[in-house]
Write a protein that binds this ligand. Structure first.
Ligand SMILES: Nc1ncnc2c1ncn2[C@@H]1O[C@H](COP(=O)(O)OP(=O)(O)O)[C@@H](O)[C@H]1O
Ligand SMILES: [Mg+2]
Length: 269
């Protein structure tokens, strides 16, 4: 057992996600440049930075959509750097997108059900023949979808088509779909984009609530730091692909480098 950490509870200290020297180049541009940080299992971390800082690129690297140029990504201590996106999703890493991706002409409920079906256990033959297991499972998925819609405050709009939902609720529906995939690590790319401050606060409280309820770890991207200060226990700041600051939200927000990076950004809102 040489090398084992003798501290009590040390086994639980493995971060749910760890980036080590992560780098992604597009031609001559280093969109992500030697970025390292870790997030704690069961926590909410924020990834912030001005437009073009490399935030979404990091999500694309974590989820295997882009191959890394250098560095590595560990999920619960095991490397996932070279895994195919579907394998990474199977491990329980789920994301939402900066631009809403929903089936616009399906109802809110059906949008969630289609996601629930990805975890269904019956086979094609059972589905075609409508065998008992198929019917049981279908019922269970419908209950799951309705339960998630309820938790996310969408139950009374479940029959509306996605494109008839107000914008803020479409964003919530996206998160509901992500939850239907049973994630353990939820990656949210600017979930509050386009929302007013009130809606944003409500959403952040909801994210905090679902994190507890489902025992998730959450990494949330936000362009505006002040919007996630209250819910995140840890923040990593990027600027031009490089790490600018990392740590406690209050300390990070007061860091002169961070303040400088954000100067002149506020009028973009
Ligand atoms: N597929 C791509 N090809 C070329 N450049 C890209 C690609 N994806 C992102 N970039 C560039 O990488 C930089 C970071 O982009 P992005 O990660 O989307 O920033 P953020 O999400 O922080 O606003 C930008 O300069 C962007 O133009
Ligand atoms: Mg982005």
């Amino acid at each position: 057992m040489s090398g084992a950490d003798p501290r009590p509870g040390a086994a639980q200290a493995v971060p749910v996600l760890e980036l080590r020297g992560l780098t992604k180049r597009f031609g001559g541009l280093a969109a992500v440049n030697d970025v390292s940080f870790a997030i704690r299992e069961g926590g909410i971390s924020g990834l912030i930075g001005p437009n073009g800082a490399g935030k979404t690129t990091i999500f694309n690297l974590i989820t295997g959509v882009y191959k890394v140029s250098a560095g590595s990504i560990l999920f619960k201590g095991s490397p996932i750097t070279d895994l195919e996106p579907y394998r990474i999703a199977d491990l329980g890493v789920t994301r939402t997108f900066q631009n809403i991706r929903l089936f616009k002409n399906l109802s809110a409920r059906d949008n969630v059900l289609t996601a629930c079906h990805m975890s269904a256990r019956y086979g094609l033959a059972e589905a075609i023949l409508r065998l008992p297991r198929y019917r049981r499972e279908e019922k269970a998925l419908a209950v799951k979808a309705d339960g998630l819609l309820e938790i996310m405050g969408l139950a009374d709009r479940a029959d509306l088509t996605a494109n008839n939902l107000p914008y803020g609720l479409q964003r919530r529906l996206e998160i509901t779909r992500a939850l239907a995939l049973d994630p353990t690590l939820l990656l949210l790319d600017e979930p509050a984009a386009g929302m007013n401050p009130d809606e944003t606060e409500q959403l952040m409280l909801l994210i905090s609530d679902i994190r507890k309820r489902f025992g998730l770890s959450v990494l949330v991207i936000e362009h505006h730091m002040d919007l996630i200060m209250g819910v995140c226990e840890h923040i990593h700041v990027l600027n031009f692909g490089c790490s600018l600051a990392d740590g406690d939200p209050a300390v990070v927000a007061g860091d002169p480098k961070v303040v400088e990076a954000y100067l002149g950004q506020e009028d973009e809102r």
